[in-house]
Write a protein that binds this ligand. Structure first.
Ligand code: ADP
Length: 451
């Protein structure tokens, strides 16, 4: 049997630093609830870290939405176009097309990015034979967005490796609508902008009316929840309305930017942060999301290789390459059955490490397990923080994103950790979104099409 403690005491010590006990998790959840409250009172607390932006969405879907609607989804590595046809209570038909966003587009001028999106959209409309009908479109844009209306949103700052110039501080709807209109060959009107967590919540609420939280753990991490309007109406000059609820986009990926997560951050987290394009920001995101988990593992492996304790002192050049350890490698390694290291061997081979040493591979798996667990623990803290803020006895929590979707245990880990944190954990149902982030945006477009 593999005994990590005696064989690799150094690795064991490192992984121990990634463990969070129940008390600490409860503290983190409480701290996040407080940050959410500060965000909701942003007028008096302009420095609030968790911004709690208004979404202007005050209705959950009714099932009576009808017609053809489009959704665009930009939030990370891929960009998607979606066309849905809604009939009474059902999605009749939907068509999806994905496009990769190149590194060049992610770092180039904003106009290039929006022209590219408009071009993809035009191609998609052509393929779908959308003639001259004016199609209402919901734009899922998953970056910190300060909304000042349902179809007006200012990008506060880029995250997840994007750095396009000329977009921060601007209304993203206007930028995209202009790019669309400049082409002159598509008749599409952006009627709503929202982020992927909001879209996930709305789309899940279509089939689970008690859905109150939308959570994404993909390239980045973010969540939204259903708040009472009375607790949010102070924000952004928003006038009180008759409607009792408002979806709040927390932007909780920034949690920890003022030090609230210092007690769980390790030297590896700090190195990763310093080397990132946005040092000091998105602290929770860097401990949780798919963009970063593999990179954390790489830093740990580098350290253990430098100490000469892993892989018989091998130190291939490949491992020096930033981001080479993809987060999907973690999923692959954790998908191997117990005592089997088939995927681990393949991953290591790809990284220039040729080994058959079962202890080495078991150690690698233990490191991956530790990093995944901490991510799921922090995600669970975030869910509990929102449950506490809403003070609801039960609800459905919609989750989505690459990690929730493809990691072999992520969802189980969340459920397990929530049962450690909550007495009545089974009253909160975790549902993996079925429609990606597109249907929600189309449903919101339907709600605002004629407004
Ligand atoms: P995005 O957040 O970019 O809109 P996704 O929600 O699909 O899109 O998330 C993509 C991210 O999910 C990738 O950046 C990657 O970090 C992560 N990911 C992709 N495949 C896997 C996998 N098999 N296991 C774990 N994470 C994955």
């Amino acid at each position: 049997a593999f005994r990590l403690t005696s064989r690799f005491p150094e690795a064991f010590e490192i992984c121990k630093e990634f463990r969070i006990g129940r008390e600490k998790m409860l503290q983190i959840a409480n701290a996040l609830t407080k940050e959410i409250q500060l965000g909701l009172a942003r007028e008096t607390h302009p420095q609030a870290i968790v911004k709690c932006f208004l979404t202007y969405i005050q209705d959950l879907p009714t099932g009576r939405e009808r017609g053809k609607f489009m959704a665009l989804d930009l939030g990370g590595t891929n960009f998607r176009c979606l066309l849905v046809n809604l009939t009474d209570g059902a999605v009749m038909q939907s068509t999806l097309k994905s496009f990769a966003i190149s590194e060049e587009l992610m770092q180039g001028p904003g106009t290039d990015l929006f022209d590219f999106i408009a071009e993809c959209l035009a191609g998609f409309c052509k393929e779908q034979n959308i003639g001259n009908d004016r199609i209402p479109l919901g734009f899922t844009f998953s970056f910190p967005l300060q909304q000042i209306g349902i179809n007006k949103g200012i990008l506060r700052r880029w995250t997840k490796g994007f750095r396009c110039e000329g977009v921060e501080g601007k209304d993203v709807v206007e930028l995209l609508q202009s790019a669309i209109d400049r082409r002159g060959d598509v008749n599409v009107k952006i009627v709503a902008i929202l982020n992927d967590s909001t879209s996930t919540l709305v789309s899940c609420a279509y089939s689970h009316p008690d859905c109150r939280i939308g959570l994404i753990v993909g390239t980045g991490v973010n969540a939204c929840y259903v708040e009472q309007t009375s607790k949010a109406e102070m924000l952004d000059g928003y006038e009180s309305s008759q409607k009792p609820i408002m979806i709040i986009n927390t932007e909780l990926g920034a949690f920890g930017d003022n030090g609230s997560l210092d007690s769980v951050r390790t030297v590896y987290d700090k190195t990763l942060d310093i080397e990132s394009v946005n040092p000091g920001s998105q602290t929770l995101e860097k401990c949780v999301s798919g963009m970063y988990l593999g990179e954390v593992v790489r830093h740990i492996l580098l350290d253990l290789m430098r100490m000469g304790v892993l892989f018989r002192g091998m130190r291939p050049d490949e491992m020096q390459t930033k981001w080479i350890f993809r987060t999907r490698f973690i999923s692959e390694i954790e998908s191997d059955p117990p005592e089997v290291f088939h995927n681990a061997r393949v991953v290591l081979y790809h990284l220039g490490i040729k080994t058959d040493d079962l202890n080495d591979m078991a150690c690698l798996r233990y490191i991956c397990d530790s990093i995944s667990l901490r991510s799921a623990q922090l995600t669970s803290c975030a869910i509990v923080a929102m449950i506490n803020q809403m003070n609801v006895e039960s609800c459905t929590v919609a989750i989505d994103g690459g990690l929730c979707r493809y990691h072999p245990h992520y969802r189980n880990l969340i459920e397990q950790q929530m049962s450690i944190l909550l007495k009545n954990a089974s009253a909160y149902k975790i549902v993996l979104s079925e429609d990606g982030s597109g249907l929600g945006a189309a449903l919101v477009a339907a709600a605002f099409a004629n407004k």
